[in-house]
Every structure is written in structure tokens, then in C-alpha cells.
Design a protein around this ligand. Structure first.
Ligand code: FEO
Length: 170
């Protein structure tokens, strides 16, 4: 059974993961509008991953006898100052999510809720991968420095990304 405080904190996170999905879908639309279909694909897959994260929290709350209460999702921005800026904002957002996950772990520890703490460890690891993946892309974008051929090659590469259900929870 979840404590009320833990339940509320997990409900808040459902909203944050949904917002993350919304944010990346908005970036996908922005890239599609720029004719960068590979970048658009990468963000679309990112949005699918975030939806998966939201549902993972949703299922866990139900499984633990909690109550899911969905909250309003803010509208994300719809434009950025180019590709590099969008990925910088992505990294900032992921860092914010990481700090939220760490806060959730603290709540689980304070509530002596070991099951939730174990559940959250998957997200702790996932956030390391998320930040690393975006950082890697940022490095490449800085190297390319907006040069056309490099951007087109990276766009082609990002077009190959597909959503795969994480193995441990498939
Ligand atoms: Fe669900 Fe990108 O963190």
C-alpha cells in the first residue's frame, strides 16, 4: 500500500512524464516543419519512450493499491532557436527530470517504502542513459557547427532510431 504522500508524488511524476512526451512531440513537429525528418523521427521515438515511462508509473500506482489521479498537462513550447538550442533544452529538461526522480527516491526512503524505492531504481539508471544520449548528440551538433553536409548525415543517422520496449519490462 502506498502512503498518501508517496501516491501524490508518483501521480505528479505521471504528469511530468506525460509533459516530457508532449515536449518531445512538439520538438518532433518543429523538426518536421524544418524538413529534418531524421531529427523529427528521433524526437518522436523519444516521445514514445516518455509515454512508456508515464505508463510505468501509472501501472505501478495501481499495482500498489494507490489511486491514479491525472493532472492537466501544460502546453510545451512550439519553437526553438534552431536544432542546437532544442537539444540544449532537451538536456536541461532531462536534468530536471533526474532531480525529480532523485526527490522521489528521497520520499520513498522517508516513507520507508522499499518497494517504491526498488521500482525507482530503474528510472535512476534510465536517467543516466537519457542524459548521456542527449549529451552525445550535443557533442556531434557542436562539431558539425550547422554545416549542411554534416547536418544531413546526422539527420540520416537519426532516421534509423526505432522505439523498442525495454527488455526488463517487455
Ligand atoms: Fe522519462 Fe526522459 O525521462
Amino acid at each position: 500500500m502506498l502512503s498518501e504522500r508517496m501516491n501524490q508524488a508518483l501521480n505528479d511524476q505521471v504528469k511530468w512524464e506525460m509533459y516530457s512526451s508532449y515536449l518531445y512531440l512538439s520538438m518532433s513537429a518543429y523538426f518536421a516543419d524544418m524538413g529534418l525528418s531524421g531529427f523529427a523521427n528521433w524526437m518522436r521515438v523519444q516521445a514514445q519512450e516518455e509515454l512508456f515511462h508515464a505508463m510505468k508509473f501509472y501501472d505501478f500506482i495501481n499495482e500498489r493499491g494507490g489511486r491514479v489521479i491525472l493532472q492537466p498537462i501544460d502546453a510545451p513550447p512550439s519553437s526553438w532557436d534552431g536544432v542546437l538550442d532544442a537539444f540544449q533544452k532537451t538536456l536541461e529538461h532531462e536534468r530536471h527530470v533526474t532531480s525529480r526522480i532523485n526527490d522521489l527516491v528521497n520520499v520513498a526512503i522517508e516513507e520507508r517504502d522499499h518497494a517504491t524505492n526498488i521500482f525507482l531504481q530503474w528510472f535512476v539508471t534510465e536517467q543516466v542513459e537519457e542524459e548521456d544520449g542527449v549529451n552525445d548528440l550535443l557533442h556531434k551538433l557542436r562539431l558539425i557547427n550547422g554545416e549542411g553536409q554534416g547536418m544531413l548525415l546526422l539527420d540520416k543517422d537519426l532516421a534509423t532510431r526505432v522505439f523498442t520496449m525495454p527488455a526488463a519490462t517487455a
